[in-house]
Design a protein around this ligand. Sequence first.
Ligand SMILES: [Zn+2]
Length: 335
Amino acid sequence: MPFLTKKTGAMKVSALMPSALRVGNGVAWQEDEYRPSNELAGFEGYGLPASAGKTPQRRMCGNSECESGWTMPWRNRRRPIFEGQWGCSGRCVLAMVHAAVRRELRDGGASADLSPHRHRVPLGLLMLAQGWITHPQLQKALAAQRENGSGKIGEWLLSECGVEAEQITRGLSMQWGCPVLTTEGFSPEAMALVMPRVFVEKFGLLPLRVAGSRILYIGFADHLDASSALAMEQMTGLKVESGVVEGAQFEAARSRLLACEGVEAKLETAADKDSMAARITAVLEQKQPVATRLVRLHQDYWLRMWLESGTVGRAGNLPVSHEDVKDYVFTIRVQ
Ligand SMILES: [Zn+2]
């Protein structure tokens, strides 16, 4: 029979559980607490001890509605740790996952999906206004786009009108109000571990490099994606800087990244959010991660699990090897 201890008012909430708030003698999970990116930089928020000396002997359940009212000795059930929280039972882990899914459903991708539509000057008009292209060049590109029924205007300006790629990238940068980024210092092996490759394939983005262990640069081919940038910031704890990368440079770097071994990612489809939460809980109980994070990119829920505390990368929470972490990407079936 496991040794049980009644929670008491004197029990100190561990600093390793940053989102746990004391409420009376219990603990409530403050699920929607605002955590600016600079406070996510350490790994403590993911539930890993900052140092062995601080390892608590007991933990409180991270489920705000936990009915046991007990704490278990740390050694009896140490894992899984989900977003910095320990659950005393599978039932409590499920409740914590449900809360995280609700949060992501509400907040994830908010900046992309919910922000008021921001008018952007069409690229062709912007470049015309800057005097970078002539009216005949724009008309020719628009005609080619219309006749073919596809393609970005920038691509037609490049292929049909002799406009320099660099000039088009400059136009995109002005259109999106973001910097032009280059692939200088790009390490495909390291960047292949940053996110599941399915996101690189689907969302037209590319992790470029980490600067000073603080900033993750993400390059985009032709449009910025605020939802992905926000999710990457939440997942890595790094500040994300987005920018456009010149087309050929982007494609070359992307091919090199996709040729590298990435983190193993399982893609699953769930019938609804409840069955997804149940599935995530089952995965957590099976893999027993020391740290976990759930974020949403558009309609994809990305669960990343750190399997060993010794596998923590130096820059943010990026893995140093493809064996350090496991990824799951869930989509909810459209009814
Ligand atoms: Zn519990």
